[in-house]
Ligand binder design. Structure first.
Ligand SMILES: Cc1ncc(COP(=O)(O)O)c(C=O)c1O
Length: 384
């Protein structure tokens, strides 16, 4: 990895060409259904605005976010594409989002009343996606409330206050494509959608996240909602070499200090590692406050790619720094170390980190949002 004088002490580099490639893969898999690029949580830690632009430029038709604030950030950046926001409090102020043409999801009659009040204040109709709980037991209307919610929506649609754009839901076991709950959830969604049509509404249907987009063509319906796959992280946990997706994020840091340390010296807090021989240690100024999980340092399981070699992080991961054992190799201050990346050069991947930690790669990339980690974007941007 080349030395880049002046590059940040710690940075994520986001490859927008990878994002565009992944949208191509997802569009091909979606076989005609529209693609909603899910860019919540600041684009899963990759930068929502940059990813949204690249995704739209590559052919995504919609954007999806969790909160009203996330939706308004995209609108404020000048992005005018169809945009759905789906997790709110019933007493949120929806007027600004309605004015900005944000589609809103509702999960109960109480939420519906709040959104309708926002539409009235905004003085224009609101585009609604009615979410039905088909078995995840999280967000979404209970089946017992569905008929009443549809009655409310149909009446407001007749009054011209709302447009019912979609009926939708979310899967509990999408990463296990043959799990029996999937068919059950799909059937419940279709029944709920049919009930809406029986009231004279004409909504589209959407259900599939990344995993279902790639594995269950029968569930694509009108629109798919991939998130993690846009960022190149495989929802079926295939390693980058086996997956059609390309990881978009690289996490790297520059060596702040190089020192020779004699044999028998304890390294980092608690002296969990002691130099077995005289050795060269390289200090990377990145730690758990930046999103490097402290547990990753246990038992010498963390490795970084530094000066072309995969090297162990030794001793505890601290708040601001980690130490790398370089043996007798020459390593220079200012040199770049790759903590994780696509894996093309032998560096660890976000999937490797997740496996070590017993978690999922979603948690790794969304955890790197500290103010001290600079985000750099590479590759082609969008024109939207
Ligand atoms: C409602 C909803 N749809 C779609 C997605 C995208 O899921 P994935 O990142 O697994 O593709 C999410 C993410 O959690 C979600 O909450």
């Amino acid at each position: 990895m080349v030395d880049l004088p002046g590059s940040p002490r710690a940075e994520t580099v986001v490859d927008l060409d990878a994002v565009r490639h992944n949208i191509d893969v997802l569009r091909a898999a979606a076989s005609g259904a529209g693609v909603m690029a899910v860019v919540k949580a600041d684009g899963y830690g990759h930068g929502a605005v940059a990813v949204a632009r690249a995704a739209l430029d590559a052919g995504a038709a919609w954007l999806g976010v969790c909160t009203l604030e996330e939706a308004m950030d995209l609108r404020d950046a000048g992005i005018t594409a169809p945009l759905l926001s789906w997790l709110h409090l019933p007493d949120d102020d929806f007027a600004e989002a309605v004015t900005a043409g944000v589609d809103l999801s509702v999960s109960s009659r109480r939420h519906f009343a709040g959104v309708l009040a926002g539409a009235r204040r905004a003085g224009r109709p609101v585009r609604l996606h009615l979410k039905v709980d088909t078995g995840l037991s999280r967000n979404g209307a209970q089946p017992t409330e569905w008929a009443d919610l549809l009655d409310d929506a149909a009446k407001a649609a007749t009054d011209g206050a709302v447009e019912v754009v979609a009926v939708w839901s979310h899967l509990a076991h999408a990463d296990a494509p043959h799990h029996p709950t999937i068919d059950k959830q799909a059937a419940r969604l279709t029944a709920a959608w049919q009930e809406a049509k029986d009231r004279g509404l004409a909504p589209i249907r959407h259900l599939a996240n990344s995993a279902a987009t790639l594995t269950r063509p029968d569930l694509h319906f009108d629109l798919v909602r991939p998130g993690i796959a846009i960022y190149g992280l495989d929802p079926l946990d295939r390693q980058p070499g086996e997956s059609p997706l390309r990881p978009a994020m690289t996490l790297r840091s520059r060596v702040a200090l190089v020192k020779r340390v004699p044999a028998g010296e304890g390294v980092s807090y608690g002296h969990e590692w002691t130099t077995p021989r005289e050795t060269t240690l390289a200090l990377l100024p990145i730690g758990y406050a930046d999103g490097v999980p402290r547990r990753l340092g246990r038992d010498g399981r963390m490795r970084v790619l530094l000066a072309g070699v995969l090297r162990p992080v030794v001793g505890r991961v601290c708040m601001d720094q980690v130490m790398v054992d370089c043996g007798d190799d020459q390593v220079r201050e200012g040199e770049l170390a790759v903590l994780f990346g696509p894996g093309d050069h032998g560096e660890p991947t976000a999937q490797d980190w997740a496996d070590e930690l017993g978690t999922i790669h979603y948690e790794i990339v969304t955890g790197l949002h500290g103010r001290r980690v600079t985000r750099t974007v590479s590759g082609g941007g969008g024109t939207c």
